[in-house]
Design a protein around this ligand. Structure first.
Ligand SMILES: [Zn+2]
Length: 250
């Protein structure tokens, strides 16, 4: 694995031990644009034109400072931007396992891919192979299990879609660096399915309350779950297949 240092000034101190790895897609035109944005100490709108902002925005309008610990390019080159010991700024408003501000305890990896704004391109094999090697190294370094690898859409389901439904979670699971559900049956009265699913979503890590009805947070979590484990049908509906998959991860 080829690692190139491309230091970003966008970091500060962690207040929590590392116990999570968050995967993203960059969602930009190319690797250089993403690297520029993730290392820019004073980003302005005019420097990063794209479908994510309206044409009316002033070119000198300041953008938020962002970063990640690593960027994985399409050819498998890995860029190191922020030392793992520091807090990088990638997850934003987020929650997992009942705790907010995921950045304090996460290592963030940006995978170069245009994402939903650029037609959901496939992830090249060389890129995924490099990511798997990188994940194995990080997991060994911090004693993290495969269950500690999640997507940005998992920790911020109401705001984020990345790394997206094209991302090969199954391949990561087969390589030992993520989980995959073993669907199992569940026999419950019809009026208990929703509350039970909400409990399972929360046990898995999503920020969902057991309200007993499909509220906005529950629907978003179901869609994030489907995006990851049933990418051919992402509708937020608690159907039988989704229930079985959910029972298979908790
Ligand atoms: Zn992201």
């Amino acid at each position: 694995m080829k690692v190139i240092d491309r230091p970003s000034p966008n970091f500060d101190a962690r207040t929590r031990p590392i116990d999570l790895i968050v995967l993203h897609y960059t969602g930009m035109q190319d690797a250089e644009t993403a690297l520029a944005r993730l290392t820019d100490p004073a980003p302005v709108a005019g420097k990063y034109p794209g479908p994510w902002q309206s044409a009316e925005v002033e070119p000198d309008a300041p953008l938020g400072r962002v970063s990640a610990h690593y960027v994985v390019a399409e050819d498998g080159t890995v860029y190191r931007l922020v030392a793992e010991e520091h807090r990088a700024w990638h997850a934003g408003a987020s929650s997992w396992d009942g705790e907010g501000d995921v950045n304090h305890r996460a290592i963030g990896i940006e995978i170069v891919n245009g994402g939903h704004d650029f037609g959901l391109p496939n992830f090249p094999e060389a890129q995924i192979e490099a990511l798997i090697v990188l994940l194995r190294e990080i997991m060994a370094r911090w004693s993290l299990t495969r269950a500690r690898v999640v997507g940005h859409s998992d920790v911020a389901p109401e705001r984020k879609l990345d790394p997206g439904e094209k991302f090969p979670w199954k391949k990561l699971a087969d390589s030992g660096v993520s989980i995959w559900p073993h669907p199992s049956g569940l026999d419950l009265p019809d009026d208990e399915y929703v509350a039970h699913a909400q409990q399972q979503l929360a046990v898995f890590g999503y920020n969902v309350q057991a309200s007993g009805f499909i509220d906005a947070a529950t629907r978003a979590a179901l869609m994030a779950f489907q995006r990851r484990f049933r990418p051919h049908q992402i509708d937020g509906v608690l159907d039988e297949e989704t229930r079985k998959l959910l029972a298979g991860v908790t």
